[in-house]
Design a protein. Sequence first.
Length: 259
Amino acid sequence: MIDEIVISRAITEAYLKEFLDCLESDVIISGAGPAGLCAALNLAQEGYKVVVFERTLRPGGGVPGGGMMFNKIVIQEEARPLLEELDVTLKPYQENYYVVQALELLGALLVKAIKQGVYLFNCISVEDVLIYDKKVSGVVINWSAAQAAGLHVDPLTARTKFVVDATGHAAEVAEIVSRKSGCKLFTSTGKVIGEKPMWAEEGEKILLTNTKEVYPHLYVCGMAANAVFGGPRMGPIFGGMLLSGQKVAQLIAARLKTK
């Protein structure tokens, strides 16, 4: 016998139990693209409690679309060890270039992260932040569908020790902090500078430099890092995204170990 109410209870109870448990954590990551997922996986591997909020129904950021909806992406040699650790198939194209099936990479990141203990909530947007004593101390969240429908629904909050902006080109969390904190970001202008036109080589090179703390207890990674600090975009080469996620995890883990 299959009882529809039992099914409804099981889903609701399991979700709410997990959601309530995640209102306090070590790290909250906004955005489940390649950089955000890689950061979450690496932090969880270090034993930290990591929560990821993804505004869309489908995690992955720009990965599934590959290049112009050709679901292949390119990885450079520097990122090859990360792909091998994920057990993702790498097809050599020419020296320094590997072709990867975009959906395989996304699937591997999701499975590894969730099995490692990362809490991933899709369809939830980070619409604001908590700032106590001039440092980011949490996020304000709401259903993405409520925002899309223009419904005036009050949000909820989640507290954490560190927040990572992995929202991609929009750098949404850094933008919020810039507007609302009354303080300057750690950029040359004190605000989000904005990304420059595409230049893959320079963008990949500078991305790791830009992956860092941008305001007390707020870090940026992935395309959000280049958007905040004014680096170029890179297109469908994703090695830098993964390496950026790995780096931001290392930076935050070092801070957490001192607490």
